[in-house]
Design a protein around this ligand. Structure first.
Ligand code: IMP
Length: 424
């Protein structure tokens, strides 16, 4: 397992945290390459449940160096709070490394995220309101403030003053909000510098050296393929590239360094926030998926929308990420349904689509074309060997392999590390 990119194959919440956690047992470094504290990773170890939003899941293993790459946006208060929470539970956070080039989420980013959503009304994206989009906007308009600026108070203050000139106009004139003043923001942020100094470094170099020396490295994607700013269901997406290519730019490595691309997909599918969702079940079946699957967000606690597995979207994820294998999660949730359906195509605007449509209008009108698969109707959450799964459950997994054209190497049947079946 030299260098593996792990990506969400759907709209996020596929159970990536658990799979990263399992792979981390034999990893030396786990790297986040995009997003920020909009991501929620829940990991269950024994009786303990860990919810992380920014620090990579691998932090729970003492041999792992957790890295937050240049492609991430960092809210320093959240980072410090997560490190302190880990320390409280006996996990050493001193190993956490953060790219000096990662952009900071500033208070005005959070404010603008929230007021913009309100302003959009029914058109809103349903963001996590953590300031992610506005922070990436500043990065790309070259107005961003980076981690390294925390250690140069003069430059920090100058960039902050420049930014506020424009942000305040926006806040006051467009969104009818109060102005923000530089002084308290500078005091707060520069006050983080000492606590962060030993963590901030050239992570691209660090990652390169780690790979060069033959160590095992995992690139942990947040969100998912269909939330990608380029390849997702735009504009109902996040503002970064969760797809595998994002690992290169967001960590500062070349594509030749990547050996495997593991896609994590739930055995059904879910989405939080607004936007098109062809297999959404706005009925009792969907409601049962939410309840049985515990489909509520780790970050915002919002109810997730649920639906049957969409193999059109899954094949798209295989293609745009160059997936080499799949981890299929939450198969146990499907034990509660007698008859299962999977979408194999969409009907939209008088045409049938077997490839994921690129036009928003087509996607909005998609009606899924389903194939029926038999359910198994028995609890599989205690199964420890893939071969011991009921025939219909194995048939479901093998069906996924057939349509995706790549192997399913892991099947998750419960939240704990132990409830993971490795398939040859
Ligand atoms: P943002 O990333 O906060 O800007 O939100 C943009 C969209 O991505 C919204 O629909 C969010 O609900 C969704 N989103 C962001 N992070 C996650 C995640 O970790 N899992 C699932 N959806 C997410």
């Amino acid at each position: 397992m030299p260098a593996t990119v792990l990506v969400g194959a759907q709209w996020g919440d596929e159970g990536k945290g658990k799979i990263t956690d399992i792979l981390s047992e034999t990893a030396d470094m786990v790297i986040r390459y995009q997003g920020g504290n909009n991501a929620g990773h829940t990991i269950v170890v024994g009786e303990e449940r860990f919810a992380l939003t920014l620090i990579p899941s691998g932090v729970l293993y003492p041999q792992v160096t957790p890295v937050i790459g240049n492609g991430c946006v960092v809210d320093p208060a959240v980072l410090l709070t997560e490190m302190a929470a880990l320390a409280d539970r006996g996990i050493d956070p001193s190993r956490v490394r953060v790219s000096a080039n990662a952009h900071l989420i500033m208070p005005y980013h959070r404010k603008l995220d929230a007021v913009r959503e309100r302003y959009l009304g029914r058109q809103q994206i349903g963001t996590t309101k953590r300031g992610i989009g506005p922070a990436y906007m500043d990065k790309f308009s070259r107005d961003g403030i980076r981690m390294q600026d925390l250690f140069d108070p003069k430059i920090f203050r100058q960039k902050l003053d420049d930014a506020l000139k424009e942000k305040n106009k926006q806040l006051v004139k467009v969104y009818n909000q109060l102005e923000m003043t530089a002084e308290p923001i500078a005091d707060e942020y520069l006050g983080y510098a000492d606590a962060l100094r030993d963590h901030v470094t050239d992570t691209s170099l660090l990652i390169w050296e780690t790979i060069r020396d033959g160590n095992n490295v995992i690139f942990e994607g947040a969100q998912g393929t269909l939330l990608d700013i380029d390849h997702g269901t735009y504009p109902f997406v996040t503002s970064s590239n969760p797809t595998a290519g994002g690992a290169c730019t967001g960590a500062g490595i070349g594509p030749g360094s990547i050996d495997k691309v593991l896609g994590v997909a739930k055995a059904y599918i879910s989405r939080v926030g607004s936007g098109p969702f062809p297999t959404e079940l706005d009925n009792e079946v969907g409601e049962r998926m939410v309840e049985i699957g515990g489909e509520f967000g780790t970050v915002t606690g919002r109810r997730r929308r649920c639906g049957w597995l969409d193999t059109v979207a899954l094949r798209y994820a295989v293609r745009v990420n160059g997936l080499t294998e799949i981890a299929l999660t939450k198969l146990d949730v499907l034990s509660h349904f007698d008859a299962l359906k999977v979408a194999v195509a969409y009907d939209s605007l008088d045409s049938r689509y077997t490839e994921f449509p690129r036009q928003q209008r087509v996607l909005y009108n998609c009606q899924p074309v389903y194939e029926d698969l038999p359910g198994w109707g028995t609890d599989i959450s205690k199964v420890t060997d893939y071969e011991d799964l009921p025939e219909a459950a194995k048939q479901y997994v093998e069906y996924v392999e057939d349509v995706a054209g790549i192997p399913v190497t892991m099947v998750s049947v419960g939240p704990s590390r132990a409830a993971t079946l490795h398939k040859e």
